[in-house]
Design a protein around this ligand. Structure first.
Ligand SMILES: Cc1cc2nc3c(=O)[nH]c(=O)nc-3n(C[C@H](O)[C@H](O)[C@H](O)COP(=O)(O)OP(=O)(O)OC[C@H]3O[C@@H](n4cnc5c(N)ncnc54)[C@H](O)[C@@H]3O)c2cc1C
Length: 441
């Protein structure tokens, strides 16, 4: 059996290793388009603050790991998938035949169409190449303007603050992490960041990035076509929709990502936002699977398919896809929106349907002075989503209740009267539910 895996990120690597474990004689090729050994983007913030070197971001630390596992790593880029011929065409020329194909190509930064954003001094924080460019410019005292304060944006913010830069963050939404947190929680995170010395502009867009004219004719030509070095220039001017103007030595673009699925156009593989998969991570084409940031999988809590671009989901989807690729029929238990964020020491969490569902009940408790906030959303007697700030001890309980779709019974009303009883509700109901499941088994 020939397995071809497109993408050498965590999803691709975990899938390859899982296939090898269960199918010792199958052939496995991973096609990856980045020059470095497979690495984890999650480790980039640690690289930025000097806690690890580049090698510390690599997913596997033994140089012979892939060879020992008889996993071929091929540096190339998939150009097209021919599902009728069961082959992948590669940008480097040639093609790869497959019996089973896994699409694990992840996602890429979605750069907004802002004048000046393509020029020098503006970087995403997505790849090791980006990290090197950022480390060269984000020196202590450098003026950094970051566009976007979503989940990944807040992780990058934390690393940049750790480098001692003078940081301003510009977020289009009316609050920080607007797709993860409600107004109260998002506002509390903003206040916290400002108290820690980060200037945060919410409800503001970057409208243009202007650079000082480079000296000399060649410099002017290079500047006009967006080329040139990041260094040796004066600061850029970043213009905001609010009329404000910020000076910047570095601009970071963290305005969201989009799945890498362009090469699947006309392949017959159904894509919505990402590659649509069934409960076995198989696409509409038999033998073709998808996992990770590029995949759209079923979310039990919302009852919809979603792209959930976080690493634990990528890893689990890859494991389940691989088992199905070797013929071990295994359903994905579902993806859940799980986000836990540590922003300059303030821990926030968001699970499931945190915005609530039509007809559902909601309770909220806020203690700004103590830096604590809890918002619970119910549908019938289940907790379907929540937002929390400062309730670090309860993160596991919240996740368990939301993911487990635990029937709370009379505990729902008790929680509405006093949301701080979460732990007691979990012990009373989730464990009772588990015990009932054990008795049935
Ligand atoms: C700075 C940062 C911090 C993060 N922190 C966290 C965190 O704390 N927690 C968390 O859960 N998640 C975090 N994430 C998100 C996490 O990194 C992703 O969810 C994870 O990388 C997804 O893994 P993947 O294998 O699906 O995709 P990727 O890691 O993106 O790997 C996909 C690979 O496929 C390659 N590729 C794309 N197109 C092709 C093609 N046509 N042919 C061949 N190869 C191709 C890509 O270049 C890439 O190498 C962070 C991300 C970033 C950038």
């Amino acid at each position: 059996m020939k397995h071809v895996i497109l993408g050498a990120g965590p999803a691709g690597v975990i899938a390859a290793e899982t296939i090898r474990k269960h199918a010792p004689n199958d052939s496995i090729v991973i096609v990856g388009d980045e020059p470095e050994p497979p690495y984890s983007r999650m480790a980039i913030p640690y690289l930025l603050i000097g806690r690890v070197g580049e090698a510390g971001t690599h997913l596997r630390h033994d140089a012979d790991h892939y060879a020992k596992q008889r996993i071929e790593l091929r540096r190339d880029r998939a150009k097209r998938v021919d599902t009728a011929k069961h082959e992948v065409q590669l940008e480097g020329g040639g093609s790869l035949p497959f019996d089973r194909l896994l699409i694990a190509t992840g996602s890429s930064p979605a750069t907004p169409p802002i004048p000046g954003i393509q020029g020098p001094g503006v970087h995403s924080c997505w790849t090791l190449k980006d990290a090197r460019a950022i480390m060269a410019l984000a020196t202590p005292g450098a003026r950094v303007v970051q566009m976007g304060a979503g989940f990944i944006g807040c992780i990058i913010l934390e690393a940049l603050a750790g480098r001692g830069v003078k940081l301003s963050v510009v977020e289009m939404g009316d609050r920080m992490v607007p797709r993860m947190m409600g107004p109260t929680a998002g506002g509390m995170i903003k206040d916290w960041c400002q108290r820690k010395g980060v200037t945060v502009y919410t409800g503001a867009r970057v409208e243009s990035v202007d650079r000082p004219e480079p000296p000399g004719l060649l410099g002017k030509v290079a500047g006009a076509i967006g080329l040139g070095s990041d260094k040796g220039r004066g600061p850029m001017s970043v213009h905001l929709s609010t009329g404000q103007q910020l000076e910047a030595d570095l601009v970071i673009s963290a305005t969201g990502v989009k799945p890498n699925i362009g090469f699947l156009e006309n392949s017959g593989i159904t894509c919505l936002v990402g590659v649509l998969t069934d409960e076995h991570l198989q696409t509409n084409v038999s033998g073709v699977y998808a996992a990770g940031d590029c995949a759209e999988a079923f979310d039990m809590v919302s009852g919809k398919t979603i792209v959930s671009a976080i690493q634990p989901n990528a890893a689990e989807q890859a494991r389940v896809a691989a088992l199905n690729m070797v013929g071990q029929v295994t359903p994905l238990k579902g993806v859940t929106q799980i986000n836990v964020l540590d922003t300059l020491g303030l821990v926030s969490a968001s699970f499931g349907n945190w915005e609530g569902v039509p007809g559902g009940k909601h309770v909220e408790l806020t203690d700004r002075a103590a830096g604590r906030h809890l918002s619970l959303q119910f549908a019938d007697d289940r907790l379907v989503g929540c937002n929390a700030i400062g309730w670090t001890d309860h993160v596991g309980v919240m996740r368990g209740l939301v993911e487990g779709q635990v029937r709370l019974g009379e505990w729902k009303d008790r929680l509405i009267a006093d949301p701080t009883l979460l732990m007691q509700a979990y012990l009373a109901r989730a464990q009772a539910q588990d015990a009932r499941a054990l008795v049935r088994a």
